[in-house]
Structures are given as structure tokens and as C-alpha cells.
Design a protein around this ligand. Structure first.
Ligand code: NAD
Length: 345
């Protein structure tokens, strides 16, 4: 790979994979040589939409034949461990959608498999790559807020997700594993590791099996606190889906991310608006542009990782700590207790 061009393959041609493919096919020096789905019709449809030459219904066959530089796993979580373990023997860079694993044991096995074969595991955690959060991170690193003591990451809406992702209504562990992972990653990204965690879950919409709302409070090792809250049953007009609203406070100022990506810096001398709106990709549109733009940013980063030009953000090992928070949040909710992460499991 002297010219830095990359050959990749995609596994899983479902709902969200269109974003992956739209982003890959617009990246310089990246070619998706083949796509795979257990469902041949879906693989064929994706190949046709994005001009991919070859389709497979068996990942093993695809990996053995294509010998790719990277593998992009865009299936749902139940297949992640087997696919990442398989892929680790065939490519130097493995990208796996969130939730990266269902259990800590699975996550550890996936990390170990990649470590043993010398491949790099990167988790498709795109929220920290949303434009507003990259702007906020840069401002905080610049010292604009001073020393941080509080944050809130809030994802509340009433959008009908069950049309595109019907499995969400059927899974026993729903919003913490679906959105909580993103919010906990943001909390760790901005405030660092977590000392204790408490959480309450709610089942509001009778059509869902698992919890469709939760409220978690995290105490970080720095002493800062954060609230991560989510609801798929909140009536707001216009509906903010799929935006995360946020507030981060430090001793020098507060950043507030409001609806429609309105970011404001508050300090002792007043408030200032900052441009944080994502670009609308040529292939995208409302309400998805924030997510679509973040997929472009994340996959640009993943390509840099595959070229050896960046460290994975987040790596599998890093994302395991976020997964631990999500799994501990269920235990906290069930036992109505605060969990000390160092003692958990
Ligand atoms: P989906 O069910 O629509 O698609 C998954 C596809 O994977 C299906 O077509 C299925 O046939 C295929 N598949 C499953 N096992 C396979 C295997 N072993 N080999 C080949 N193909 C296989 O799911 P989706 O809604 O596209 O979600 C996929 C993943 O993306 C999930 O983990 C979900 O949590 C995640 N997701 C992430 C975001 C985000 O913002 N990061 C948003 C939506 C979904």
C-alpha cells in the first residue's frame, strides 16, 4: 500500500449502511471492492446504488477473496464478535459499528483477536465526531471554559425510529445500548473516566419491549458530574431528532448546544454565538445532516487510521469502558443503587 490508496469491504447492507457507503464512495483514495449481506437482495441493492463490483452473502468468502485493507462491519450487535474475530485474520483495520459488543467478555475477545493478529480495531462511534462536539472540544482544549465541573448530554425526541429500525422496538435492552453508549462516550470524551454511576430507566411507549427512556448521573474521577438523558417519547415541536443537546460548564464559562445546532459560549462578560452547524452533505438532508456529516468525519478519521496517520478514536479498548458504563447503568437501574465502576463486575 505505497500510494496510500485503500481497498475496503462492507459487511451488512441494512438501514444505516447507506450512510457508510455514501461517505466511503466520496472519500479520495478509498474503494469499496465488495459488499456482503446474508440477504442477497440487500447486498445487490447496495452494490447497484453505489457501483460496487462484487457482492457476497458469506463474509468468510469475501474476506478470503478480496484481501482488503479494511473491513467495515455495519451489522447489528449480535454478529459483531464473530465478524470482528473473522475479519481480524484478514485485514489490518477493522471498523465495527456500535454497540461494539453485548458483553464485556465479547468485547475483550474482539480486542484480543485484533491484538493477536496485529490489526487495529476502531469503533464507529460518530457522536463525538459531530461538528458541534468537535468545535466544543477544541474550545475546551483552548481553555475557554477553564476547569470543567458539569455537563449534560440530552437526546429526547418522538421521531418514529421504529420504521427504519424495527428491531429497536423488540430488544430488551434498548435506549442505553442504542443512544446511551453515544452519550456516555461524550461524557468520557469531555470529562474523563467515571468513578460512580446511577441510573433510572422508563418504559413509556407501550409498543416497545425495553426501556425507551433513561436518566443517568455520572461522577467523574475529576469530581465533575454529568447527566446523560434520553427519551424516545418526548413531545417537542419541532422535533429535535437526531440532535443531542448539551451543556458543559467550567469555572470560566459555559457552552450550551441548543436545538438547530445553536452553540453559545457564556462567560462573565456575556454570551457569544458560535457557528457549529454541520454541512448538509450533497447526498443527505434534514433531519439527518448532523449524523451524515459525522459519518463523513468519522470515516475520514478511520481512513487516516488505516493509513497509519492517526490513532483510533475510539479504539476497541477505549470503547470497552463506554460499554462498561452502559452495562453498569442497567445494573444501577435494576438495583436502584449507585455503582462504583472500580468495583463493578
Ligand atoms: P439493519 O438490521 O437494518 O442492517 C443490518 C444488516 O446486517 C442486515 O441487512 C443483515 O442481513 C446484515 N447481517 C447480519 N449479520 C450478518 C452477517 N453475519 N453477515 C452479513 N450480513 C449480516 O441494522 P441497521 O439499522 O443498519 O444497524 C446496523 C448497526 O448500526 C447497529 O449496530 C446499529 O446500532 C448501528 N447504528 C448506528 C448509528 C449511528 O449513529 N452510529 C445509527 C443507526 C444504527
Amino acid at each position: 500500500m505505497t500510494d496510500q490508496s485503500l481497498r475496503g469491504v462492507l459487511i451488512g447492507c441494512g438501514f444505516f449502511s447507506d450512510n457508510h457507503m455514501n461517505a466511503w464512495t466520496r472519500q479520495d483514495g478509498v474503494t469499496i471492492t465488495a459488499v456482503c449481506d446474508l440477504d442477497e437482495v440487500k447486498a445487490e441493492a447496495t452494490a447497484q446504488r453505489f457501483g460496487v463490483k462484487t457482492i457476497y452473502t458469506n463474509a468468510q468468502d469475501m474476506l478470503a477473496t478480496e484481501a482488503p485493507d479494511f473491513v467495515d462491519v455495519a451489522t447489528t450487535v449480535g454478529s459483531h464478535r464473530a465478524l470482528v474475530e473473522l475479519a481480524s485474520g484478514h485485514a489490518k483495520t477493522i471498523i465495527c459499528q456500535k454497540p461494539f459488543a453485548e458483553t464485556i467478555a465479547d468485547g475483550e475477545a474482539m480486542i484480543a483477536a485484533c491484538g493477536a493478529s496485529g490489526s487495529t480495531l476502531i469503533v464507529h462511534e460518530n457522536f463525538r465526531w459531530q461538528r458541534a462536539f468537535t468545535v466544543m472540544k477544541a474550545m475546551i482544549e483552548n481553555g475557554d471554559l477553564g476547569s470543567l465541573h458539569f455537563a449534560q448530554f440530552s437526546f429526547r425526541h418522538d421521531y418514529d425510529n421504529y420504521v427504519n429500525q424495527p428491531y429497536l422496538a423488540e430488544i430488551e435492552r434498548f435506549t442505553i445500548m442504542d443512544v446511551g453508549l453515544h452519550l456516555f462516550d461524550l461524557a468520557r470524551h469531555f470529562l474523563g473516566e467515571v468513578d460512580t454511576l446511577s441510573c433510572t430507566t422508563q418504559r413509556l411507549n407501550p409498543i416497545v419491549r425495553g426501556e425507551d427512556a433513561f436518566t443517568a448521573m455520572l461522577v467523574h474521577t475529576s469530581g465533575a458530574t454529568s447527566i446523560c438523558d434520553c427519551s424516545f417519547y418526548s413531545k417537542v415541536a419541532p422535533d429535535p431528532f437526531p440532535q443531542t443537546l448539551a451543556r458543559i460548564e467550567g469555572d470560566q464559562g459555559t457552552l450550551m448546544l441548543g436545538q438547530d445546532y445553536r452553540l453559545t459560549l457564556h462567560t462573565g462578560s456575556g454570551a457569544r454565538e458560535i457557528d457549529a452547524a454541520p454541512a448538509v452533505p450533497s447526498w443527505g438532508g434534514a433531519p439527518w445532516q448532523g449524523v451524515q456529516d459525522s459519518v463523513m468525519r468519522f470515516q475520514n478519521h478511520a481512513a487516516d487510521v488505516a493509513r497509519g496517520q492517526a490513532d483510533p478514536a475510539p479504539s476497541g479498548a477505549d470503547n470497552l469502558k463506554t460499554l462498561a458504563l452502559a452495562l453498569a447503568a442497567y445494573d444501577a437501574a435494576e438495583t436502584r443503587s449507585s455503582i462504583t465502576m472500580a468495583d463493578w463486575q
